[in-house]
Ligand binder design. Structure first.
Ligand SMILES: Cc1cc2nc3c(=O)[nH]c(=O)nc-3n(C[C@H](O)[C@H](O)[C@H](O)COP(=O)(O)OP(=O)(O)OC[C@H]3O[C@@H](n4cnc5c(N)ncnc54)[C@H](O)[C@@H]3O)c2cc1C
Length: 406
């Protein structure tokens, strides 16, 4: 049985960053990464750019296999962990072999929630892995009438991919408007108007009731009694975290991810979690939460590695997710929890919008449409827990300069 000083489950940005950080500080440790994908680290963030033909496939890759050889990191590709025994400090592979560890990092990310019937899988497209992107790329020019399901960031990517390809998408989601929890009605109106300008048909407050084949297409009947004939269904309905292999592990799991404290440590000695998989205690939001964010995954991989090496410091970062889609620049910053108090301001003529998320008089998060210039200052206000109370009224007006708050 191979025994590693540091074993990492997941070869994404969190796992690879952790392995490399450990190597920088410990030249002798035995380090292993187990990844069930067949590819060396690539950028998920760039997958849409590949599908929009802005970059070539080879530009997606961030490492070569040789980089791991040079750093003496065992990279086990196409291998899946099926079980972890935190008492014995062992992981079992789906093929039956076993590896031991001294310290373990769970950086297993997430996968798209299940959707649709098995017999319709030829119509269904996801966008989480390079294999997903390759599959879509191979048929993209044949897709003319896609249905995009879901009201969040990945759906925006699908929409732009299809529009750039000359297709006419229909967009379907359950909430009253796109980004149901992030935007209020004014923000949604700006976004929905932009969808209309790009020929996208929006079906809000609706869901698929049934699907049947019709003349080589898929005929979707919705709960609101619409009928949508489509040649592809693109699923952007969010992730569930990969943690089924931890069920009997003795490691505490949270509602959505692997539960950790602010140091990214789980309740089991020597076991940490980072990246999308971690349901960590966020010192800025003052609550446990999961993120689906590249920079956070990178920073958590680094922080978890340093903590595994014994430098105990909390993870502290204001998460930012920015996307440019259909000519709009949209940013979600910090904690945009639907339960928080919010103040929104809008300049409809310039397609600009801001919604601020507030707790106990201090800013916790913000959503910006075409207002990226405010992001750095808003991040400083969140970080500094600056009271916005004296400016409460003024903040409703887009003409008010938030830089005057300090
Ligand atoms: C299309 C797309 C666009 C995105 N755009 C942005 C963006 O613009 N900005 C942004 O901030 N974020 C974006 N994200 C999110 C960002 O890419 C993720 O947050 C980040 O990649 C998470 O990294 P990770 O290392 O935590 O997990 P992952 O990259 O998911 O890596 C986890 C790996 O572990 C593997 N694994 C899981 N279970 C096992 C097991 N049992 N055994 C072995 N291996 C296992 C998985 O297959 C996967 O390869 C985007 C994501 C996608 C899919």
């Amino acid at each position: 049985m191979t025994k590693y000083d540091y074993l990492i489950i997941g070869g994404g940005i969190a796992g690879v960053t952790a392995a490399e950080t450990i190597r920088e500080h410990d030249t002798n440790a035995a380090i292993g990464i187990i990844s069930d994908e067949p590819h060396v680290l690539y950028s998920r963030v760039l997958l849409p750019h590949y599908l929009k033909k802005r970059i070539r496939r080879e530009q997606l890759f961030l490492r070569k296999a040789d980089d791991f050889v040079k750093k003496r990191i065992d990279l086990l590709l196409g291998e899946s962990v099926s079980f972890v025994d935190s008492g014995r400090k062992e992981v079992m592979f789906s093929g039956g072999s076993v590896s031991g560890y001294e310290k373990l990092l769970i950086a297993s990310g997430g996968r798209v929630k299940p959707w649709g019937k098995e017999e319709d899988r030829g119509f269904i497209y996801r966008l989480q892995t390079l294999d997903d992107a390759d599959r879509l790329q191979s048929v993209l020019t044949d897709i003319k009438s896609p249905l995009v399901i879901g009201g969040s960031f990945i759906s925006l990517e699908f929409l732009e991919i299809f529009v750039l390809n000359g297709a006419a998408p229909t967009l379907l989601f359950r909430d009253a408007h796109f980004f149901g929890k992030l935007l209020d009605g004014d923000g949604a109106e700006i976004l929905h108007d932009n969808f209309a300008r790009h020929g996208i048909i929006v079906r809000a407050e609706d869901a698929v009731a049934d699907a049947e084949r019709d003349d080589g297409k898929l005929k979707i009947s919705t709960k609101a009694l619409h009928e949508i004939k489509c040649d592809a269904v693109a699923v952007g309905i969010g992730l569930e975290r990969n943690m089924e292999f931890l069920k009997e592990s003795g490691i505490a799991l949270g509602e959505k991810g692997v539960r950790t404290d602010e140091f990214l440590a789980t309740d089991q000695e020597g076991v940490f979690a980072a990246g999308d998989a971690a349901e960590f205690y966020d010192l800025i939001a003052d609550r446990h939460r999961v993120l689906g964010n590249w920079t956070s995954a990178f920073l958590q991989g680094k922080r978890a590695a340093l903590n595994m090496l014994g430098q105990k410091e909390p993870f502290r970062n204001i998460s930012t997710y920015s996307i440019t889609s259909l000519g709009f620049q949209i940013t979600a910053l910090g904690d945009c929890d639907g339960g928080l108090e919010t103040i929104a301001r809008v300049d409809a003529a310039r397609n600009q919008y801001e919604r601020l998320f507030i707790k106990e008089g201090a800013l916790k998060g913000a959503v910006l449409i075409n207002r990226f210039q405010d992001k750095p200052h808003l991040a400083r206000l969140i970080e500094g827990r600056i009271s916005i109370e004296p400016h409460r009224e003024a903040l409703h007006d887009m003409a008010f300069d938030i830089h005057t708050i300090s």
